[in-house]
Design a binder for this molecule. Sequence first.
Ligand code: NAD
Length: 430
Amino acid sequence: MQSDVATIVLTAKQAREKWQSFSVEERCQFLQKLPELLQKNQEELARLIVTEMGKTITQAKEEVVDCIQDINDNITQAKKYLTERIIFEDEKNIGKIIFEPWGVAAVIAPWNYPLEMPIWGIIPNLLAGNTVVFKPSEYTPLCGQKLADLISQLNLPEGVFNIIVGGKDIGAQLVDSDIDYVWFTGSAKVGQEIYAKAGKKFIKATLELGGSSPAIVFSDVNVDSIINELYNARFSNCGQVCSALKRLFVHESIFTEVVEKLKNRIAQVKPQTDMGRLVSEKQLNLLEAQVQDAINKGAKVIIGGKRPENLSGPYYLPTLLTNIIKNMRVYQEEVFGPVLPIMPFDTKEEAIQLANDTIYGLTAIVYSQDKKLAEEVASKIKAGRIGVNTNHYFNSDCPFGGYKKSGMGREHGEFGWYELTQIKHIHLKK
Ligand code: NAD
């Protein structure tokens, strides 16, 4: 298998020069039929997502639609951000910037959005002029292969796009191989390993990792107006979202009301049809161990806290936990499933301290009618993206990425494009 990885990377290496010789517009031309191909294959793609990863068919179809939008946005943005530009000029000199691809990009993806995470890596890399060796998650190889089949219909020059299927050993071999750049989305643990290897090889790595995102709810909030948003922030995709709400801090004056109303919202959920399942029994075992640890240390289960009866497969009931203390695993670790620990706070300072009391720093949400207060708190939370009175902040123009162990670098929008290339300054005498 080792030689397979080396051979594929060599193929990608040999294709570099040709792919880089195309202009950004020409690369966009190659890729512009992909949204239509996804559209035509929406049903099949969605079924593969459901089978391999367990989300509901409605959510799976939405993922395909989001991918179509992502690709169209990428094509528009590549033309805007990757074309040569003048950054300095006086009577005697002109300073130009050109964007030069790194070379072979390893794109290593997780399973939780088995189509969209690969697309976030593959498409910008190709448009930027990198050749790509893509490794899907071992949990979602068929989704990865189907995407590769669709990309193969674009008639890219040979070796520009490649797929290699396998588990963590293959991923490790890919990172060890003769690549020029690594674009990794996955856990902080693996991200750290990859970062160390990239450092040794002295190649660039963009790392999009896990999170334990907080939401802070101040006392002046109309609780009814945020319950659905809090529910979606934690429980969509069965809680398996990097940027999901994973620790909720509520002002003590409205704590009971928020817990009660979230409980009522959750009581309406039908696990199989509304939420889907966890990706695997292994993931469910980890989740159960985290919840059990909390219960052993005194946490109270408000609702859920177990598997649903009469459903086989890795399903888990949406769960609220209170009486949280800081040495519980649900407070300290990333919880990748439908479980929400909730804690009261008294002062603004305490809320900020709790929000930042994590090794992660991907996203956060702050709710308050006092916009000045909310913005001040947002500015003090150590995370790459903060929603103020909203959790609807995904937009391909806005950068996404983490502080601390949530990542290194940014994707999306202007700042994302600058990860994917060398920035070369050419200074010309007039
Ligand atoms: P993971 O780190 O276990 O695996 C991710 C990918 O890395 C898989 O393809 C896997 O085969 C590969 N891999 C595993 N070990 C490797 C190694 N030593 N060298 C190279 N490759 C290796 O993560 P996962 O369980 O697939 O995904 C869930 C994690 O991903 C969560 O922590 C989640 O928060 C995170 N995530 C982050 C983002 C983001 O944008 N920040 C998005 C989605 C998921």
